[in-house]
Design a protein around this ligand. Sequence first.
Ligand SMILES: O=C(O)CCC(=O)C(=O)O
Ligand SMILES: [Fe+2]
Length: 353
Amino acid sequence: MRNLGVAQSMEIPTVDLRGMAPGAPGWEATRDAVTASMVAHGCVVVAHDALGEELRRALFDRYLPEIFKLPLETKQRTPTTKGAYGGYSRPVQGLACERIGINEPANGDGVRAFADILWPEGNPEFCETMVSFAKNMLKLDEMLEALVLEGLGVRADSVRAHLDLLDHGIQLSYYGAPPDAETSISMPAHYDYMMNNVIVQHEVEGLEVRLADGRWVDVPPEPDTFTFVAGEQLRVLQDPTPSPSYIYTSSTERRSQAAASCVQVATNGRLPACYHRVRTPSSRERFVVQFGLTQKPGMEVRALDDLVDEEHSLAFNPLRHEEYFNWRYSEEGFKVDDALKAFSGVEKVAAMV
Ligand SMILES: O=C(O)CCC(=O)C(=O)O
Ligand SMILES: [Fe+2]
């Protein structure tokens, strides 16, 4: 972690999605800009009105501070259903944040189940805020999936079929001051567990992305901007026990050279996963909301038919998240450089010595 590299100023251009809809003027140019950024970095920064001033204030100035101030026992009672994000997790070694997940919030039930635990007397205003935020984010997330998949050559009906296989979830995070003042790192470099993840920052800096050439760039917390990140499977971050810090050992660093990702399976190797971290030199406390899509539990992740052709032969066999994940973090999984390729690559790679 000492070999940090200093993040450069913003180099990932922001794509403006305000007013954009399939078939609207500018759709093709927008699609191409989104796809180009995803292919190059595994992420794209977009401007959108999914989080207007009122919703932003309600979330970041009111509900997040209020929720994280609740007693630990209350937070720990929040539901840990399977899905995009699970339950509550405390900071673990090297990861200075607390987080809480809410599953399937756009349909209302997940939010109500969550709110009933935090506020037994009920909190309809919170539920309304969360559901309308989740609905906006689901629309944005699905539009981004559609833009990038269409940009790669997937037909609209296949995009819809792919989206129907995904669950969504919200994760709320609270970061205190970075544990190591020298590095200012609050979350070490990693790939996300999700199929994709939209990161919403607010006022305080932190998110940094590594470009293909190895340089780190920061993504400033501008209002109305969202960072859409292609993910892998980092479910281990939700484990409340301290042991997962082992994932940040040198072998993870080594593996970072090989962009393994479930998105790679789905897109037949066309998209890299985004390698990112959180670094907050100002040491200010920080709240972040993430909205992610992941394969429904038990479903296989497989290449979209439209992305397999003579020019692009099948790169990965279908896999199940759970099985891949267990293997990836096993002793055997740590021995190989490109875990995804070793596990389900059509062309196998040799183990590292
Ligand atoms: O806090 C952020 O900006 C990003 C958080 C993150 O990368 C994660 O939770 O996986
Ligand atoms: Fe992440």
